[in-house]
Design a protein around this ligand. Sequence first.
Ligand SMILES: Cc1cc2nc3c(=O)[nH]c(=O)nc-3n(C[C@H](O)[C@H](O)[C@H](O)COP(=O)(O)O)c2cc1C
Length: 318
Amino acid sequence: MIDTRRSFLRKGALLTLSSLPLAAGCAHLEQRIERLKTSSPRTAAVLWYSQTGHTRVMGRLMAQVLRAEGLTVTDADYREFDASTLPSFDLVIMGSPVYYFRVPENLRAWIAKLPSLEGIPAAAFVTFGGVGHNQHNTSYELLEWLADRGAVPMRIAAFGHMSSYAPTWSSGRSARILTFRDLPNEQTFEAGRDFARKTVASVRARERASIGTEVSVFQPLRRLDMPWWTKLLASNHRIDPNTCIRCGKCERACPVGAVSVERNRVDSARCIFCVGCVNNCPTGAMKMTYFGSEVYGYREFLKRNGITLRLPRELADG
Ligand SMILES: Cc1cc2nc3c(=O)[nH]c(=O)nc-3n(C[C@H](O)[C@H](O)[C@H](O)COP(=O)(O)O)c2cc1C
């Protein structure tokens, strides 16, 4: 078993090294501002994918800013939003966490099936962990996918948070993550407000923007199906029936339907290793072993380290 893993890792390392030159090629989004549906947006959809709440908070904050700008705003997790209504909006802002150096597969699949967004101005943002790995290019990737559906790309941004990657702290490497224990802070929130304000101002002014990728050694890793490789290091992914309270949070968090509380089952072939189930289980009943260590979730991590995440004043009442 160990040998198989080693050979997989060796192959992964070789593939990574051989594809490094790909990082040097930078791409640019063609903006074609003249296709804008309107420069007087009245409605906006602010949508996000979020497992531990970072991206949700930034999305909700941006929605409040757009409301203050006079727009009627629908803000929601993309999984609770009726995609068929998206073409009726005058502006779309979409947010995602960075997972494995890119936009998570489930969000990518959802965007690919969207109806035409022809002429709708769109902005994309990501939240990322710690120093970040490929965050700029991930926000670009998210906007590129919206542009592929016909949207007019306006702006991208990346906001630093604490990493929600449970295997890191569970393997005894929490110090790296705790360096960023003060994030998000007021500066993060101000950057989020600024992003929303500037997006709507650019649409009103029909302002052209230059949106491109950055050189990053992490960019080629996107091609490696990192969740699949990482999953090789994990085992024993299951629900502990003795501590499970059947609240269904793990099932709702799973974006690919791999968890069934009813059948007490995790389908590891389907799992995309987002660890949303572990991170959202309130009792630690969602079990997983990573590199020999038992993985515990984000709530528990915050509790053990006495951390309460800040909220922007606009959302302080919930
Ligand atoms: C499965 C997983 C993979 C991650 N991969 C990356 C990564 O490649 N680069 C990065 O900067 N942060 C990474 N992170 C950290 C998250 O992007 C960051 O914590 C984000 O703010 C979480 O957003 P959410 O609370 O909205 O889910 C990862 C987190 C998880 C759970």
